[in-house]
Design a binder for this molecule. Structure first.
Ligand code: BG6
Length: 489
């Protein structure tokens, strides 16, 4: 990791500065970093968008965004420091010659240019061309982009190729906001800083692993985007596979980006393909119907605004994943993710194996397995389920499941848990690529996902209905039931 003293200030240029991503996430995260004193004092933030106007208008929009999305009162002294960094430049992003305007603004003698592409990928090409023509880029400049980086391997390659014409791979920072989440990063610490886990993290001790990313929200008015995308591409291709690689990878030699990327890629390459031959047995697709979430009545997917009533896009996926390598031979990973589920819950549950011999068998035919439960969000924390003797002096030895509970809020009261974006924006400004995705990782993930998507396209099975507010279709329970297992309740 780099020493803080070596970080250079930046010119953080946000393309699409007036758009949703910028207003809801980036500006809020940057303000929070300001509040925490984590932005270099000479760093500047330049907003770029097509709308005519100047810095005062942009500053006003930024303030409105904070008032609306910060979920807290804006601290006026922080705002004063933060707003002093903001400026605005109107550029029609599709017009490469307009990028010449950047020349008078960007100063790379004392700052590093960090280009944040907060726009839809169809604009990446023209932004790259504009930047190349402007002559403003130096080899130190960085570019930040995030999903969707394509909707399959081919389109992902096209985007990466366009970007590669202008930025070398080590200048490109691809975001998956899950990798900025405190609890996802904690997986590295849990796995590689604790011998009780390091020595037991394999097929000898682990029976199977479940990953659940359940959302209460529906598609949030994003019919156009979501219907073309579906839950497999929207959540599983990126966030769940990233969590999976963190759980399954071999110990990297150190925390450098290359070491971690290499280990993650090995996991992605070892994923057993799901094809037309096994797709019905390994995957379940669902689509929500009307129901109640948090006691509020919500419409079904096909009744959402703008819906095509015949859509067969999945809003829920459950998959049995097998990893064909030495460590995980015979250990299934069950992944599930869905919209409009019972409540928001992102967690990993590691089920340990039964003991080879049960000395309590006269009273307990089967002892429940130990479990490690990692709550990624909300209520971040880690629990271990173990068996204890119930205190008492009667002759029957009674055993009960109990949980050792480490709640992050209780344990680390003083440290605030930052959101994923704050961490990632900070790392991009600092030039630490460890938590970003390499091109190879993304393309390898697409290879595996494309195979499922193609198999679904050929399958006669449609997504199974599930009621909004439930835990998904019954078929998802059957997926585990067939293997003699059940989802963590
Ligand atoms: C985004 C997806 O990447 O992640 C959204 O496009 C989803 O559909 C969101 O709702 C979930 O993120 P989080 O941080 O709320 O779990």
């Amino acid at each position: 990791m780099k020493d803080k003293k070596t970080y250079k200030p930046c010119d953080l240029v946000i393309y699409g500065a007036l758009g949703d991503l910028s207003r809801r996430k980036l500006l809020i995260s940057l303000y929070r970093l300001e509040n925490a004193g984590l932005i270099e004092s000479a760093t500047r933030i330049v907003g770029i968008d097509r709308r005519e106007g100047g810095s005062p208008e942009f500053i006003e929009i930024a303030r409105k965004s904070l008032d609306e999305f910060l979920n807290d009162k804006v601290d006026e002294s922080v705002w004063e420091r933060f707003s002093a960094r903001l400026s605005y430049l109107p550029i029609d992003l599709t017009q490469p010659e307009q990028y010449l305007k950047l020349n008078g603004i960007i100063d790379q003698s004392s700052r590093i240019m960090v280009n944040y592409f907060a726009v839809a990928p169809f604009l990446f090409k023209s932004i790259c061309q504009g930047l190349a023509q402007s002559g403003v880029l130096t080899p130190e400049a960085r570019m930040v982009m995030e999903k969707p980086i394509g909707h399959d391997l081919k389109s992902s390659k096209e985007i990466n190729d366009e970007v590669a014409k202008v930025f070398a791979e080590d200048q490109v920072y691809r975001i998956d906001h899950y990798l900025g989440k405190e609890t996802v990063l904690n997986l590295l610490a849990l796995r590689f800083a604790n011998s009780i886990f390091t020595t037991n993290w394999n097929h000898n001790t682990i029976d199977h692993i479940q990953v659940t990313v359940a959302e209460e929200i529906g598609i949030e008015g994003r019919w156009e985007y979501f219907d073309k995308t579906g839950q497999l591409r929207d959540m599983l291709q990126n966030h769940l596979l990233q969590i999976l690689t963190f759980i399954a990878m071999e110990p990297p030699v150190n925390l450098e980006a290359e070491s971690i990327h290499n280990e993650k890629i090995k996991v992605l390459k070892a994923l057993r393909p799901i094809t037309v031959y096994n797709v019905d047995e390994k995957t379940v697709r669902g689509q929500y119907t009307a129901g109640y979430v948090n006691r509020n009545e919500v419409p079904g997917y096909l009744e959402e605004e703008g819906a095509n009533k015949k859509s067969v896009t999945e809003t829920f996926v459950a998959i049995r994943v097998d990893i064909d390598n030495w460590r995980w031979a015979g250990v299934p990973f069950y992944l599930r993710t869905g919209k409009r589920m019972h409540h928001k819950r992102t967690e990993i549950v590691v089920y340990f194996k039964q003991l080879p011999h049960n000395i309590f068998k006269d009273s307990y035919l089967r002892l429940p397995p130990n479990k490690l439960i990692i709550h990624l969000q909300p209520n971040e924390g880690v629990e271990i389920e173990i068996l204890n003797k119930v205190p008492g002096i009667d002759e029957n030895l009674r055993i009960q499941k109990t949980r050792l509970d480490l709640s992050f809020f209780e344990t680390f009261k003083k440290s605030r848990i930052f959101g994923g974006y704050e961490k990632l924006v900070l790392e991009a400004m600092r030039g630490n690529p460890t938590l970003f995705l390499s091109r190879e990782e993304i393309e390898q993930a697409w290879i595996w996902i494309d195979s499922i998507q193609n198999a679904w396209a050929k399958s006669s099975e449609k997504p199974k209905s599930y009621q909004a507010g439930s835990w998904g279709p019954i078929a998802s329970d059957l997926l585990l039931d067939r293997d003699g297992r059940a989802w963590e309740g």
